[in-house]
Ligand binder design. Structure first.
Ligand code: SAH
Length: 345
């Protein structure tokens, strides 16, 4: 039997707030949601799952986001930053493993000045002209984003985290704002980047209305990639005693996103794999079509601890690659390593 709400969402790529609330707040529609999401992903992307090599370049951060283990106020955090040579070695290893997208992610580390970032981007693009370079280095001025783009950066990932102003303020210190984060995203889009945004599922104080606001914001932004994953507690943060987000709700939101944004690149995230051993496979079945295997040097991986018990910290890059390829195939999909640009239209 067809599920009326799910079919309406598939057809219109939209629902009223009341209808979305009904989808989000019960598990009654989940089976139909997952089936429809998988059908839509297959229509658009077939069984391809795009691999992006993730390099975590620094665990230093000047910000103090209440949920994140890398927050400046976490005195127990172990800090490291990779040198240019180390980052280039990661790319070399990644290229040999077949990756054609490198994602440079890190805390907001003032050591990485605009000049350093531009130099790095230029060098990677020069060595690997057939690769896409994605940056995920937080909030910067428009002028900085323009410089990175001119240096050759193709994509930028910056989750909006939560679109609701009041909720944003509960998750962040006073010197950060939802307004500035959104400004960054619109700037990035205007400059010409392929943009990724997204949010945490089940973050402290999050309501269904907040999740609906996230969907509405994404409808306005129309990003190329939407990264979501469950909030996971980090013990050395002010939210150390808060509950994490559930697998069920994370998968439900992923499937809703696939139906609302059929064209989007949707990662099945490490956070999903952290809260459940089959999380990433289930994420692919719920509409996910991207995974981001870790390419960081093994000896720093534990230190990039945004939340507790993060997986894949003990493996070599090649092991990570094989493990993920196996997981993707066991879920019924195929790992592909080309640049995997977004398929709009
Ligand atoms: N400094 C960069 C990269 C942050 S890490 C930036 O600001 O974009 C990437 C993502 O990890 C964040 O956007 C956030 O959504 C997620 N994250 C941080 N702490 C988390 C936690 N405790 N649980 C789950 N996800 C978390």
């Amino acid at each position: 039997m067809k599920d009326f709400l799910v079919e309406k969402l598939r057809e219109n790529r939209d629902l009223s707030d009341t209808e979305l609330k009904a989808l989000i707040e019960t598990n009654e529609h989940d089976k139909a949601l997952m089936t429809a999401a998988d059908e839509v992903r297959r229509e658009r992307y077939g069984i391809s799952v795009y691999l992006r090599g993730l390099i975590e370049i620094s665990s230093y951060c000047k910000n103090n986001c209440l949920y994140c283990g890398l927050r400046a106020g976490n005195k127990k955090a172990q800090r490291y930053r990779l040198s240019k040579d180390q980052i280039l070695s990661c790319c070399e290893e990644g290229y040999a493993l077949g990756y054609r997208t490198f994602v440079l992610q890190g805390g907001e580390d003032p050591h990485f000045t605009d000049d350093l970032i531009c130099d790095l981007v230029k060098e990677i693009k020069e060595r690997y002209p057939d690769c896409a370079v994605t940056l995920s280095l937080g909030e910067k001025s428009r002028a900085s984003y323009e410089k990175y783009y001119e240096a050759g950066a193709d994509r930028y990932l910056l989750r909006h985290e939560t679109a609701d102003k009041a909720h944003y303020e509960k998750l962040h210190p006073e010197d950060m704002s939802a307004e500035n984060r959104k400004r960054c995203l619109y700037d990035l889009k205007e400059i010409g980047y392929q943009v990724g945004s997204g949010f945490m599922v089940g973050s402290p104080y999050q309501t269904t209305e907040n999740l609906i606001a996230d969907l509405r914001f994404l409808q306005d932004l129309q990003p190329d990639m939407i990264g979501i994953g469950p909030y996971i507690t980090h013990k050395d943060t002010p939210f150390g005693d808060k509950q994490g987000g559930s697998l069920e709700l994370s998968l439900r939101m992923l499937a809703i996103l696939r139906l609302m944004f059929p064209y989007a690149l949707l990662p099945s995230t490490t956070a999903l794999g952290t809260i459940d051993p089959m999380g990433r496979e289930l994420g692919l079945k719920a509409g996910g079509n991207v995974v981001m295997p870790n390419l960081s040097p093994t000896d720093v991986r534990e230190k990039y601890a945004i939340y507790d018990n993060k997986i894949c910290t003990g493996e070599e890059s090649a092991q990570c690659r094989r493990c993920l390829e196996m997981r993707i195939e066991s879920a019924g999909y195929k790992a592909v390593t080309d640049r995997g640009d977004v398929k709009r239209g």
